[in-house]
Design a protein around this ligand. Structure first.
Ligand SMILES: *[C@@H]1O[C@H](CO)[C@@H](O)[C@H](O)[C@H]1NC(C)=O
Length: 321
């Protein structure tokens, strides 16, 4: 453990300053490590490929130039970034004895995961709003979800994400870290980092739990309620077209539950680091960004047809069915 940095007298002469953190990783058993390696590589690479495919398909296929698909492609961009925050380092670290990350690297991981996570939350809410307009005000859909408003929504989402993340980090950057520097995890997360500070962190921990926890709980209930409302509306006016709307809605609900489930567990449960906690973290880091494209594409005929068109274009096949 390299802990000493002599030239930073942040908290008095007797304290050393932590310059890097050590991850305990997930497991020391050889079989588990090999399993985790294959599992993470497989899902990380597939999520990169799947999300890229969605972005390419939506931007290149003019049949998909509608607000819903633009938002979906933007969600894929966010998933590409989100998946790349923790997974590459985790995979790289799996077989290394000493898994270390610099203080700056740790702060960067936290900053980007909160910024991107916050943005994704706002985007999921925007997608629910988009479905609300499509189902309840179909005649005004294209005027309400105008290109200008879509861009406004995106700018708003990124602004909120970045503000939320900066606010969280503002609590942390000035904390004194002088003692233990071992994180029982494979990436930096805010609750674990705060517990390492050598000061009374009780208030700070509650503040972070309140901030991240309340935001995710609030967004989750807002989304669930709006989808329940939409499903009820569909049920009332059930006709031929509603089967498709129903399958789109259930895809959205699945993504919402998969995205918020682990988050709420992390921030709202007062859990010490248990095994379940860590495996849920792997799930969050590699599986969630992978599941979005799977859920949206396998359940969506238009998307599948468009992907086939993109593939035939890429492969130079003339005959397009
Ligand atoms: C994101 O959304 C905006 C606004 O609708 C759209 O112009 C842009 O093409 C989208 N980005 C991607 C990668 O599809």
């Amino acid at each position: 453990m390299k802990v000493n940095l002599p030239n930073e007298p942040v908290n008095g002469p007797n304290h050393s300053v932590v310059s890097e953190f050590v991850f305990l990783g997930l497991s020391n058993s050889w079989e588990t490590q090999i399993f985790l390696f294959c599992f993470s590589c497989l899902f990380y690479v597939s999520s990169l490929a799947g999300n890229l495919l969605i972005v390419v398909t939506v931007t290149s296929d003019r049949y998909l130039h509608s607000p819903m698909y633009f938002l979906l492609a933007n969600l894929s961009v966010i998933d590409l970034i989100f998946g790349s925050i923790a997974a590459p380092k985790m995979i790289y670290d799996l077989f290394r004895k000493q898994k270390v990350i610099s203080f700056g690297g740790c702060v960067a991981q936290i900053f980007f995961s909160h910024a991107v996570g916050g943005t994704e939350m706002v985007l999921l809410i925007a997608m629910a709003f988009d479905r609300y307009v499509a189902i309840c005000k179909p005649l005004h859909y294209l005027t309400i979800m105008s290109p200008r408003r879509c861009i406004l929504i995106l700018v708003g989402a990124w602004t909120i994400g970045l503000l939320h993340s900066s606010a969280q980090l503002a609590f942390v950057v000035n904390l004194p870290f002088c003692g233990p520097n071992v994180l029982d995890s494979f990436y930096c997360d805010l609750p674990r980092l705060i517990r390492l500070a050598c000061t009374d962190t009780y208030k700070l921990e509650s503040m972070v739990a309140a901030d991240s926890g309340l935001i995710s709980l609030g967004a989750f209930f807002l989304l669930v309620l709006s989808y329940v409302f939409l499903l009820a509306t569909l049920q009332k006016h059930s006709s031929g077209g509603s089967a498709k709307a129903l399958s789109t809605l259930s895809a959205h609900v699945t993504v919402v539950v998969l995205f918020f489930g682990p988050l709420i567990f992390f921030y709202v449960w007062p859990s010490p680091s248990t095994h379940l906690d860590k495996f849920l973290a792997v799930f969050d880091a590699v599986l969630t960004p992978f599941l979005n494209p799977v859920i949206y594409t396998f359940r969506n005929r238009e998307m599948k047809v468009a992907m086939r068109r993109v593939f035939s274009l890429l492969l130079g096949v003339r005959k397009i069915t």
